[in-house]
Write a protein that binds this ligand. Sequence first.
Ligand SMILES: Nc1ncnc2c1ncn2[C@@H]1O[C@H](COP(=O)(O)OS(=O)(=O)O)[C@@H](OP(=O)(O)O)[C@H]1O
Length: 212
Amino acid sequence: MDFTTDELACVRRHDPIGGMNFLNIARRKRKFVAFTAIVSVCGYLVYSMLICCPAISHSSGVRLRQNLHILGSEDDLRQPGGGDGGLHVYGVDGVDIHGFYGGVKPDDPVKRENIWEDEDDETDTDRDFERYDDEDTDDTNHTRLGGKSVDSIAANKTNATRKLPQAVIIGVKKCGTRALLEFIRMHPDVRAPGPEVHFFDRFYTLGEDWYR
Ligand SMILES: Nc1ncnc2c1ncn2[C@@H]1O[C@H](COP(=O)(O)OS(=O)(=O)O)[C@@H](OP(=O)(O)O)[C@H]1O
């Protein structure tokens, strides 16, 4: 063990108490260094596992939510045997209302002209993520919906064959309607966008044409 100049001076002065104190300090220093090294190594190992093991990182809540949306994506619905449908999700003060429909056969002509269908390359899933993500931060702004203005949404919904939902989920706030919807929309015959469109509490006066 190496002694500092002060420690050696204490020993030379035959100061056993001072010498012992320096010895204790030296032991504590060694323990602290060992503890820091162990924590650093463990942290590095955990970090490496998270980076290198996709199975672990994919288990995060965000990834789970994205997977749930992907399960209900347009591409999935176009697979043979899949259906198509439209979903509107509503929110009313104090009450959540989620609507959806599904079970339309793949060769049904309605399928290609259905709700939320766009002319551009943006998939419904992409748009749902945008709308869903924006909703939390923009909930009080009644002139916007999920990052899109009311006018732009209305412009997207110009097809006369757009349908009303076949079913709705109604529940008080925080009763788990979102979770129920996400489980139902995992079914390939169910079509469901992410955000609440707030038809009943914000846009009811615009009528069913806006809602379709
Ligand atoms: N199965 C089950 N068991 C217990 N709790 C559950 C379940 N599913 C959803 N939740 C919780 O319900 C909360 C969300 O409910 P909603 O989707 O109705 O929320 S909202 O009113 O639309 O904001 C939300 O609670 P908070 O996290 O406290 O907001 C969810 O965690």
